[in-house]
Ligand binder design. Structure first.
Ligand SMILES: Cc1cc2nc3c(=O)[nH]c(=O)nc-3n(C[C@H](O)[C@H](O)[C@H](O)COP(=O)(O)OP(=O)(O)OC[C@H]3O[C@@H](n4cnc5c(N)ncnc54)[C@H](O)[C@@H]3O)c2cc1C
Length: 442
């Protein structure tokens, strides 16, 4: 750790909103938190948050071994600290004392009461398809293409593939999506996915479901993809200007030396944690994409808050049954809670109420009548177990369902809550009424 630093030093060094860097002693951290009017109970976690603080951009300047180099990682800000055990070496005696490589050269020894691993995720690459981020791209390259491709081939009909496909399609690209499974949006409600596929097809999307891309070759300025039925059979080729590989993401744990530290991973390479975000090594916690659960920013954020609360001696908690998910396309898709498929698989008796936007006044006036709201409720207790929306503004509308579910509310509660007219949200009330087969405007 570096030497003592004064509060004025901290104020000089830290951009507003950033946490103090590892070089600051705790009393200065406390002064800094007070100056920012941060709650004192959070003080206990200051040391634990230092690594997160470093990746958030605090500029530590205590390089001591210039020979240590740094491997490139996803989205690392220049000048930030990186935990890179493979480079810096495990020369320190306990897992809570770590050599940290600096992005601009050198390394720094860091000691903390707690360490939180929050290194995120990385793309899954497709064997036989080499990503150059220009013509054969991941989501990173797809966000910065220098012109609209005439033909865009997307490998994978998951959230990221469809979102980016929707963007480029609206800009003029002819989009074909190849998906291994026989459906789009795996993990989301099947009926919603089917309806959404129909909407996208109406817009001009082409889907090849139950098919896999086995290779991509360059042919002059064009690309040629080899496509085979997932179950085997006759292969075909498809020409494209750009191929986007969006077949999923994996936890990013490279270079952390987790094995040497004794931090256990599960069978999918995710850092294993208990209900309190603790890994198999005392003092090391993990959150976000690197642990189980949906790879979503708001899930990672809530876990970050919860782990900070826990380390401060409070009761941090994330309700994994109520994490909304949104597909940011036009129109949008949103969901919270269980899908019908999940309820069937779990053997839960449920009732379902559906209401189409074609029968919703606001949607009719605005000519945005595509899609529907579906409410799934426990057949015995009427407790809402899942809500699924496809249609304009679905991502905004889902949160009233999330609040209801946080309070363990029923379809009847939702149905009896007065909704302003004319709004699209009335469709949620109507879908809740439809659970009891008494929708008003149908
Ligand atoms: C194209 C795309 C679109 C997305 N859109 C959405 C969306 O609309 N809504 C949503 O909820 N989610 C979205 N996500 C998912 C979301 O980005 C992630 O779920 C979220 O960022 C996970 O947060 P995290 O803190 O776990 O990891 P990250 O946000 O990835 O942060 C991890 C950080 O750790 C750093 N790091 C890695 N290794 C080291 C090391 N050894 N030392 C130091 N630092 C290291 C990385 O550089 C990175 O800055 C999207 C993802 C992608 C790829």
């Amino acid at each position: 750790m570096g030497g003592a630093a004064s509060a004025s030093f901290i104020q000089r060094q830290l951009p507003a909103g950033h946490l103090p860097s590892t070089e600051l002693p705790l009393e200065d951290v406390i002064r800094w938190m007070r100056s920012r009017r941060l709650a004192l109970p959070a003080l206990g976690v200051a040391a634990a948050l230092t690594l997160a603080a470093c990746t958030a951009g605090s500029q530590a300047k205590t390089a001591t071994s210039p020979q240590a180099s740094v491997r490139p990682g996803p989205n690392r800000p220049a000048g930030s600290l990186m935990l890179d055990a493979a480079q810096a070496g495990w020369r320190l005696p306990t897992p809570l004392q770590r050599a940290v490589a600096l992005a601009d050269g050198g390394s720094q020894d860091v000691e903390a009461n707690s360490i939180v691993i929050a290194t995120g995720s990385d793309i899954i690459s497709l064997p036989g398809v080499e990503i150059d981020e220009k013509q054969i791209v991941s989501s990173t390259g797809a966000l910065s293409l220098d012109k609209v491709p005439e033909k865009l081939l997307i490998v994978g009909a998951g959230v990221i593939g469809l979102e980016l496909g929707s963007v480029w399609h609206r800009l003029g690209a002819a989009v074909t999506v190849v998906e291994f499974l026989d459906r789009i949006l795996p993990g989301m409600d099947g009926e919603v996915a089917k309806q959404f596929q129909r909407i996208l097809e109406k817009q001009g999307f082409a889907f090849k479901l139950g098919a896999k891309v086995t290779g991509v070759e360059t042919a002059g300025k064009k690309l040629v993809a080899q496509i085979e039925p997932a179950a085997g059979g006759k292969a075909e080729t498809l020409e494209a200007d750009v191929v986007l590989v969006a077949i999923g993401r994996v936890p990013y744990t490279d270079g952390l030396g987790l094995k040497e530290a004794g931090v256990a991973l599960d069978n999918r390479g995710r850092v294993q944690i208990d209900a309190h975000f603790s890994t198999s090594v005392k003092g090391i916690s993990a959150i976000g994409d690197v642990v189980a659960g949906p790879m979503l920013a708001h899930k990672a954020e809530d876990e970050g808050v919860a782990v900070a609360e826990i380390l401060a001696g409070q009761a941090g908690h994330v309700n994994y049954d109520v994490i909304p998910g949104v597909v940011y396309t036009t129109p949008e898709v949103s969901a919270v809670g269980k899908t019908e498929e999940e309820l069937k698989q779990a053997g839960v008796a449920y009732t379902s109420g559906k209401f189409p936007f074609t029968a919703n006044g606001r949607s009719k006036v605005n000519q945005t009548t595509e899609g529907f709201v579906k409410v799934l409720a426990d057949a015995k207790t009427d407790r809402v177990l899942g809500v699924h929306i496809v249609g304009r503004e679905a991502g905004e509308m889902i949160h009233e369902a999330a609040v209801l579910m946080e309070f363990g509310g029923s379809a009847e509660d939702l149905a009896r809550t007065c909704h302003a007219h004319p709004t699209r949200s009335e469709a949620i009330k109507e879908a809740a009424l439809a659970v009891g087969k008494r929708a008003i405007h149908m």
